[in-house]
Design a protein around this ligand. Structure first.
Ligand code: RIB
Length: 314
């Protein structure tokens, strides 16, 4: 296995300013409902995954776009303080920085509404301009929170350069099979899988069947995130379930991002798919124990000590 610091991952994705409140329930249409504990966090699926990769100890470059405003500056600073190379982040003067409005409920679930704003200012040409960077890296990750032509350009370039390509299929959105096929690993949660396949999903069996539909479209490896039920690997050679690790959940925001970052770094280091998924399950579980997106992403040391505890408990 390679050391994490020998691995270089390029993340092409979104970055958002997250406004998080605690709410007892979802408001109804037309209702004004009181919530509490407003807090601000750096977020966005792409930026979260870049921070997740950096906390796993790998060298990280982020390609994305923020507004030329105070929030964009705040998000850039956050990425830089995590040691992430932000030379390829565009500052757009026409649009505001992306924002996400997040409600966290007493049962530990959440719901998120996103205005992507400047995240849509990233043109596919910026990916082509970063060709040399991608060719020097080990892995390329991307998400569906940016324009589809950018997702496609990134995966196409990563694939052509022979890199490990990983698509975190969030947020829920249709993605054409010809784009999905460019990723070595496609990793949706159940809601995202429903959008990708048009299937209704409730539980492991229907999720597995829907994932097989993606295989039918030419995807080679699907890694399903099943939340508190762990995860599932679905390939043409068969399916395997991986159990979740028990934690007291506070906020699930960015748990999926922690999972995808961890799996990518472990695979780039030379771990097997099974090993990488077990490690990613630990990272995902730990991310649910803290409020907020980027502050909740665990370091490699935290995942390793949680793994040691989990072994002792079982
Ligand atoms: O995956 C969690 C992220 O989704 C949040 O940080 C929010 O910005 C949305 O993009």
């Amino acid at each position: 296995m390679r050391h994490p610091e020998e691995v270089h991952v390029v993340v092409v994705g979104s970055t958002n300013f997250d406004l998080v409140v605690k709410a007892d329930r979802l408001p109804q249409e037309g209702e004004t409902m009181l919530v509490k504990n407003l807090q601000f966090f750096p977020g966005g699926k792409g930026a979260n995954q870049a921070v997740g990769v950096a906390r796993m100890g790998a060298r990280t470059s982020f390609i994305g776009a923020v507004g030329n405003d105070v929030l964009g500056g705040f998000l850039m600073q956050g990425l830089q303080s995590s040691g992430i190379d932000t030379a390829w982040v565009k500052r757009d003067s026409e649009r505001a920085t992306g924002c996400a409005y997040i409600m966290v409920f007493p049962n530990g679930n959440n719901c998120i509404a996103v205005d992507p704003a400047a995240n849509h200012a990233l043109p596919p040409d910026d990916i082509e301009n970063a060709r040399e960077l991608i060719e020097r890296a080990d892995a390329l990750m991307t998400v569906l929170e940016i324009p589809m032509d950018v997702v496609e350009a990134a995966l196409r370039l990563g694939r052509k350069a022979g890199k490990l390509t990983v698509l975190d299929a969030g947020p829920p959105r249709h993605c054409p099979p010809e784009v999905l096929k460019l990723a070595d690993i496609v990793s949706p949660n159940e809601t995202e899988l429903a959008y990708l396949t048009g299937e209704e999903i409730s539980g492991r069996v229907s999720a597995q069947e829907a994932a097989k539909k993606l295989l039918g479209d030419g995807v080679k490896t699907v890694v399903l995130k099943l939340g508190s039920d762990g995860s599932m690997l679905v390939t043409p050679r068969g399916s395997r379930h991986f159990r979740a690790y028990k934690v007291v959940p506070v906020d699930p925001t960015a748990a999926g991002d922690a999972f995808t970052s961890a799996i990518t770094v472990q695979l780039a280091m030379g771990a097997s798919l099974d090993e990488a998924i077990r490690f990613a399950n630990l990272a995902g579980a730990l991310a649910t124990t803290k409020l907020g997106a980027q502050p909740s992403l665990p370091s490699r040391a935290e995942v390793e000590s949680f793994a040691a505890e989990a072994v002792q408990r079982n």
